[in-house]
Design a protein around this ligand. Structure first.
Ligand code: ATP
Length: 294
């Protein structure tokens, strides 16, 4: 089953600039998918489209089998914690939980209460008087307690201290294991994604550059190093993601489904962080145009 399917999805906020263009995505259910990309790549735009907060300028997006934001059933299936963790400043923590319970048919009141207790939030405190990290914790608690099929998180842990971050990621993994929750989560913290994500979506310059299961992606990407040489002569089926040269040495990141046999190369593996950085740092000339003008 697919939790998010995008076909030629594009959105522009202004006439000339596409924030997201030609996006093709198929995220299977049951994954914690990491959404990675530089500032301004289009990550929040994609999450807003998936949550139904924005409508596509072109193409289509389907989430949990429905059109985002298309009705109460659809809204119940999808949880969204936006980047600025919007809450009602005048409502207390307890009132937020009551609101969550009244708006969400599958609300897990026990889970919400336990999390609030563990985090140490005062139920009587107004959300407007919480710290940034505490606000994020409350918003994340509401997102998980809603028991959605798909939880969309926009940089959820950015405001949390390291311990809170670890606890949150553990809670998230628990919810994935117990509730069969799927997650699409943007973050710049690749070490965190490395801990929890088994699916990866890399967005660069408003386009999807890489997508797939982390294990498969790591299996087909290799770092080759050897004496400096022309890199146009790689065998069929091998695609260069990046190439770096010194006077004596060439280092490549190559995508290849097949085993690499050339004895001139030393073949090394990549970590998830290496892989992401290779795609983010591809030279400008080989990237899609920064602005797609129509
Ligand atoms: N409301 C808006 N009006 C006009 N342009 C916008 C608006 N929101 C975003 N953009 C533009 O759309 C592009 C994508 O923005 P988006 O917020 O989706 O990026 P992002 O990948 O989430 O970035 P970050 O990592 O900085 O949060 C950027 O060029 C941004 O300037």
């Amino acid at each position: 089953m697919t939790v998010l399917r995008a076909t030629n999805l594009g959105l522009r906020y202004t006439k000339r600039r596409w924030a997201l263009a030609g996006c093709e995505l198929d995220v299977p259910a049951g994954h914690v998918a990491g959404l990675v990309g530089p500032n301004g790549a289009g990550k929040s735009t994609l999450l807003n489209l998936a949550a139904g907060m924005l409508r596509p300028t072109e193409g289509t997006i389907e989430v949990c089998g429905g059109i985002p934001g298309s009705g109460t059933d659809q809204l119940a299936k999808v949880g969204y914690v936006a980047q600025n963790t919007p809450l009602y400043a005048g409502l207390t923590v307890a009132e937020h939980l009551r609101l969550g319970a009244s708006l969400n048919p599958r609300w897990d009141a026990d889970l919400a209460r336990r999390r609030i207790e563990r985090i140490g939030l005062d139920p009587n405190q107004a959300a407007g008087r919480l710290s940034g990290g505490q606000r994020a914790q409350l918003a994340l608690t509401i997102g998980i307690a809603k028991r959605p099929e798909l939880l969309l998180l926009d940089e959820p842990v950015a405001a949390l201290d390291p311990l809170a971050r670890r606890d949150f990621l553990r809670d998230l993994m628990e919810a994935v294991a117990e509730q069969g929750l799927s997650v699409l989560m943007s973050s710049h913290l690749i070490a965190d994604l490395e801990r929890v994500c088994d699916y990866l979506v890399v967005l660069v310059d408003s386009r999807v550059r890489l997508t797939g299961e982390v294990e498969n992606l790591l299996a087909v990407h290799h770092r080759l190093s050897g004496p400096r040489r022309d890199v146009d002569d790689l065998p069929d089926g091998q695609r260069i993601v990046s190439a770096r040269h010194t006077d004596r040495q060439t280092t490549l990141c190559v995508r290849s489904e097949n085993a690499l046999f050339d004895p001139l190369w030393t073949v090394g593996e990549l970590t998830l962080e290496d892989l992401v950085l290779e795609y983010l740092s591809t030279p400008e000339a080989t990237r899609p145009a920064l602005e797609v003008l129509r």
